[in-house]
Design a binder for this molecule. Sequence first.
Ligand SMILES: Nc1ncnc2c1ncn2[C@@H]1O[C@H](COP(=O)(O)OP(=O)(O)OP(=O)(O)O)[C@@H](O)[C@H]1O
Ligand SMILES: [Mg+2]
Length: 490
Amino acid sequence: MKILVVGNGGREHALVWKLLESPKVSKVICVPGNGGTATLERCQNLPMRVDDFEGIARFANVQGVSLVVVGPEVPLAGGITDFLQSQDLKVFGPTKTGAQIESSKSWAKLFMKKAGIPTAKSKTFIDTAKAREYITQQGAPIVVKADGLAAGKGVVVAETITQAYGAVDALWDQGVRKLVVEEYLTGQEVSVFAVTDGLTYRTLLTAQDHKRIGEGDTGENTGGMGAYSPAPLVTPELMQRIEREVLDPTLAEFQRQKITYCGVLYAGLMISPQGDIKVLEFNCRFGDPETQAILPLLETPLHQILLACVEQKLADFPPIEWKEKQSVCVVAASGGYPGGFQKGKEISGLDLEAEDVFIFHAGTKQKGKGFVTDGGRVLGVTALAEDFDRAIAKAYNAIHQIEFEGIYYRPDIAYRVKSKPPQVTPPPLVAPTEQDSTKEDSIEEDSIEEDSMIPEILPSPPSPSPASETPSVPEASTPPNPQQPPSNSV
Ligand SMILES: Nc1ncnc2c1ncn2[C@@H]1O[C@H](COP(=O)(O)OP(=O)(O)OP(=O)(O)O)[C@@H](O)[C@H]1O
Ligand SMILES: [Mg+2]
C-alpha cells in the first residue's frame, strides 16, 4: 500500500521511517518532507505546500494512496481532513471541528467543562479591560493564553500581576482578539497519547519533554529540546485514572457532540504533588519531539494501527506491542534558536553506526551528497536501552559525534529520570567521638534528603535570573556496555 504523510519535521521523519519498516508499505510520499525523508528508500518527497489541499488530493488520488497521515496541527485546523475526505481519501487526523480541541483554547475549555474533565479554572475574554479586571481579582501567579494556534508562543506564565497585564497587552498587540486567563497549576507535566477511531481509543506510550531552551528547564520556550519515554511518573494505576478522568470523557463528549474524531488525542497533563490530574491542553496530532522518542519503541506495524483508526476497526485490533526498553531523544538546534539563526551549515557525523540509535532529521536539506541545516531544530537523536541511564549515555555519545557550525543541544535531557550517582561516605579515620557521630548523622540526613528529592517541574514563570535554581546535572557518562553491533540507525 501507498501512504502520504503531510509535514516536514522530526515527527514526520519518524512516522515515515516507522511506516516503511513494514514490507506491506510499498511507498510513502512525504509532503514536503525534509533531508531525512529524502534519503529513505521507498520514500518520495513532494515539494508542495501543506495548505495546498487540492494539489495533495490530486496527487494522492493519481498515485492510488490508501492512507493520508497528517503530522502538523496547522493543516488539521485548516480543514485538510474535511477536504481530502470529500475527495474520497482516507485520512488519519481529525476534521476541522475536532481539531478545535487544539486550535481554540476557549473551545477546549468549554468542551472540558461540558465533559466534566478536570482542568485549571479559567475565563475567556475578548476585551483587555475585562481580562485585566479578572487578573486583578485572581492575583498572581496566573497564566495568559492566546486562544488560537501560536506555535508555542501564545502562553505566558506570569509571576506577577504586572507581567500578566503585559502579556494581555502584548498578545493584543500581536492581533490576538480572544484570550484565556487561567489558574496557575503546579506539579509534573506529562504527555499522554491515544489513537482513536471515534468509537474507541488505544493509549500509546507516555512521554515527558523539555520545552525550554536552557539547562535545568530555563530560558525561552521552544518547539521541544528533547523527550523521553515512557514516563515513569505514570504508573499503571495513574494511567487507569487518566483513562477514567480524561480520555473516556473526552471521547464520550466528542460522540455527544456528533464529532467523529479520528487521529491522535494528545493530552498535556499536570499531575499535582497530591496526585491530582488536570488537563493543561489537548493537541490533535502526534507530539514533536515525543514521537521521535515513542515510535522507535513500537513493535506493532504502525500502518496497521492507523488503518484500524480510519476504518473504525480499532475495537477489534490486537493489543499494541512495545519494546521493553526506555527511550531518550535529544534535539540538536541551530545556534540562536528559538531566536534568529543561520541556515545552510554543513552537517557531519550523520553516518555513525550504533545499535538502537536513530537520527531523525527536522530542519535539514540535502546538498550534493551531504546535508545542510535548514531550520531551528535540526535533528533529533534517539537512543533506546534497558534503562534511562544507558539510553541517555547512548544518545549523548551519538550526538557528540555530529557537528555543524553553531550546533546547540541541552546537556541535561531526561535529568528527571537519571539516577543520581551514589553518595559515598568515606569511613572515619579514627573511632568517632560522640560529637563526630552527631555530625555524621546530620550529614547523612542532608544527603538522604537530597537523594530522595525528585526535581519537580515547576512550570517556572519566565524569570530572567533563574541560574541559581538550575538543577546541576552531570554530563552523560560512557555507557557501561559500549559494544556497537551492526547499524540500526535510520
Ligand atoms: N495553568 C497552567 N499552570 C501552569 N503552567 C501552565 C499552565 N498552562 C500552561 N502552562 C505551561 O505553559 C506550557 C504551554 O501551555 P499550553 O500547552 O497550553 O500551550 P501550547 O502553546 O498549546 O503548547 P504546545 O506547543 O505544547 O502545544 C505548558 O506546557 C506549561 O508548561
Ligand atoms: Mg498545544
